[in-house]
Design a protein around this ligand. Structure first.
Ligand SMILES: NC(=O)c1ccc[n+]([C@@H]2O[C@H](COP(=O)([O-])OP(=O)(O)OC[C@H]3O[C@@H](n4cnc5c(N)ncnc54)[C@H](O)[C@@H]3O)[C@@H](O)[C@H]2O)c1
Length: 367
């Protein structure tokens, strides 16, 4: 692992928000949301990322998405190419900045790949998270927002899914288990010391892109997720969409998911860190981030066809192992606790994805 060197401006001791995995899809949109706020100059934004799933152009110091966000916002992002398993590298970041809280995105996230490479997933997602907690404790930083997933619920017993639904049952992939194990570890850490404040945000299905069309999801290889798959078919990078199963007990037989615009999701993180300043707030809190509405694969295809003005050829194939028929969130806790709700529509999700994909058919490599 490489030593921590900063690629930003002169280090200051202003309070800072550390964003691990901030060069990735959800992380970069959250960095953009944090910097687009009026009070953005009150704190520094520090990103740690090992660039395992983010693109940096030859000869540049910062990954492309962060360079673009700096250009859009006219603000500086302090960037460190550091792996979260590297305690020395992380410590240097804590030495260089007055870290107030951490938003922890860094993880490996491909469900299928995790079945082939469980050790890599557990090392990155669990060892990495434990190392981060250890370094935070060493520097007296006790506030963390965690990227969890609705995957932790496994097969839903009843819909909509609320936060008291059992977790950890019937999880099939090491990826899903890593999210569940991390939540359990965080609960234990919070029980051990009342100083800890952890908000675990259980995302449903993040889609869409920044409304500017300048940053978005840039998966390598054939996308695992529906929306980037559809978008790459629409732009001609892939021939046809594969629809995994049309015999589920849903209205049109295809899987139903709760898709949430990544800018709404990002705003959920901005709201979550405000809770840290609420008197008496402490301990572990899991909160769903979704819209509360489910759409089927074929509904998504139709909505995307309207946004891009093209037909999306698709082929029905067999179900994928581990896929469930339907899930969507009970979002009442996010309203109550965070004062947050998703405001972007399905049309926004499709239009923004299309703007990003059509402006950047090869992702960040074209920007
Ligand atoms: N996108 C989704 O569908 C989704 C759904 C639920 C939860 N999540 C969770 O949200 C988080 C962010 O997801 P994303 O879609 O933005 O993924 P992403 O792959 O785009 O972003 C993750 C970032 O973390 C970095 N990274 C990975 N391992 C690292 C390590 N060991 N040290 C430092 N950096 C590392 C990658 O380079 C990447 O930039 C992840 O924890 C993921 O599990 C994502």
């Amino acid at each position: 692992m490489k030593p921590a060197t900063e690629h930003g401006n002169v280090t200051t001791m202003k309070p800072a928000i550390l964003v691990t995995g901030g060069a990735g899809y959800v992380g970069s949109h959250t960095v953009a949301s944090l910097l687009e706020r009026q009070d953005a100059t009150d704190y520094d934004i520090v990103v740690v990322d090992n660039l395992s799933n983010a693109y940096r152009a030859e000869g540049r110091k910062k990954p492309e998405c962060l360079r673009i966000i700096e250009e859009m916002t006219d603000k500086t992002i302090h960037f460190y190419e550091v792996d979260i398993r590297d305690a020395t590298g992380l410590s240097r970041v804590f030495e260089n900045h007055n870290i107030d809280c951490v938003i922890h995105f860094a993880a490996l996230k491909a469900v299928g790949e995790s079945v082939q490479k469980p050790l890599e997933y557990y090392q990155a997602n669990i060892t990495g998270t434990c190392t981060l907690f250890d370094v935070m404790r060493k520097y007296g930083v006790y506030k963390l927002v965690y990227s969890s997933s609705c995957t932790v619920y496994g097969e839903p017993e009843k819909l909509p899914l609320n936060e008291s639904h059992p977790t950890g049952q019937g999880l099939t992939s090491p990826y899903g288990k890593s999210k569940y194990f991390c939540e359990e570890i965080m609960k234990d850490i919070c029980r051990s010391d009342k100083k800890w404040m952890v908000i675990s945000l259980r995302y449903f299905n993040p889609v869409g892109a920044h409304h500017s069309g300048r940053i978005g999801e840039d998966p390598s290889g054939i996308p695992n997720n529906l929306m980037p798959f559809i978008a790459q078919v629409a732009v001609g990078r892939l021939k046809e969409l594969l629809v995994f199963g049309n015999d589920y007990p849903t209205a049109d037989g295809t899987g139903v998911r709760d898709y949430i615009h990544v800018e709404d999701l990002a705003e959920g993180h901005v709201k979550a860190i405000k809770l840290f300043h609420q008197p008496g707030f402490s301990g572990f809190h899991a909160v769903n981030l979704g819209t509360g509405t489910g759409y089927s694969v074929l509904q998504m295809v139709k909505a995307f066809e309207v946004a891009c003005g093209r037909q999306i050829p698709y082929k029905i194939v067999g179900r994928r192992d581990g896929d469930i028929a339907a899930n969507y969130a009970d979002v009442s806790l996010s309203h109550r606790l965070l004062g947050w709700r998703a405001i972007k529509t399905l049309e926004d999700m499709c239009a923004d994805t299309w703007r990003w994909q059509s402006n950047n058919p090869d992702g960040f490599k074209c920007s």
